[in-house]
Design a protein around this ligand. Structure first.
Ligand code: DX5
Ligand code: ZN
Length: 218
């Protein structure tokens, strides 16, 4: 049960100290948006490289960009330890996943709420994680989509069948109120932006979320 707070809800003028607030988390989730795949623009490889140098925990980069085939491995080279591309955006998922792994990071595929998982189940041997989005990607602070829990359970069954050690991440609207159902459905990596950075004590919130997830373990 791992917690990956999203720095999208952090103070962008003070990212080093904002990373320090979540040093007890397992990962720091970094949302890369290009204003094309999603209607928002955040940051790219120069900032990921700078964050990797000062972060007390590994970076979990979530690419919400077009043409991840071209850019994904560069984020691993910049120091990210996990790189997620969207299946709706990638042209060659196998080649892209292999390039991420060759550059030294875990390779992960994200699925938007309206996208079915089943057509992509054969990709599991190439992946270290599947991210099931629980909001439409683009912004923090949106409402959790509980209807995505059937997809989480479906991915969990496919992972069990494939036999690999593949993590299942949920991202969007994850909070103390919603993390339990995610864990019950089979998720084991939990992204939380506003729930963590909106708390006075972010580290205490990380611990609280982790123990809630453990109580509801699949
Ligand atoms: C949304 C991002 C999320 C976002 C989550 O597109 O991928 O990582 O930061 O924020 P919350 O936890 O506030 O929904
Ligand atoms: Zn994200």
């Amino acid at each position: 049960m791992q917690i990956s707070p999203s720095i999208l809800s952090a103070d962008f003028a003070n990212l080093e100290s904002e990373l320090g607030r979540i040093s007890n988390a397992d990962w720091a989730h970094v949302d890369v948006m290009d204003a094309h795949f999603v209607p928002n623009l955040t940051l790219g490889t120069p900032i990921v490289e700078a964050l990797a140098k000062v972060s007390p925990i590994p970076l979990d980069v979530h690419l919400m960009i077009q043409d991840p085939d071209r850019w994904a491995a560069g984020y691993a080279e910049a120091g990210a330890k996990s790189v997620t591309f969207h299946i709706e955006a990638v042209a060659d998922p196998i080649k892209t996943a292999r390039a991420i792994r060759a550059a030294g990071a875990r390779a992960s595929m994200a699925i938007k709420p309206g996208t079915d998982f089943e057509p992509y189940a054969d990709l599991l041997p190439e992946l270290d994680m599947v991210l099931v989005m629980t909001v439409e990607p683009g912004f923090g602070g949106q409402s959790f989509m509980a209807d995505q829990m059937t997809k989480v359970a479906q991915v969990r069954r496919a992972v069990q069948r494939s036999g690999g050690e593949i993590w299942i991440q949920v991202d969007g609207g994850v909070s103390a109120d919603t993390i339990g159902q995610c864990a019950e459905a089979g998720a084991d990596v939990f992204v939380a932006g506003s729930a963590v950075y909106g708390a006075d004590d972010a580290a205490a919130q990380v611990s609280a979320l982790r123990s809630l997830a453990q109580q509801h373990e699949h």
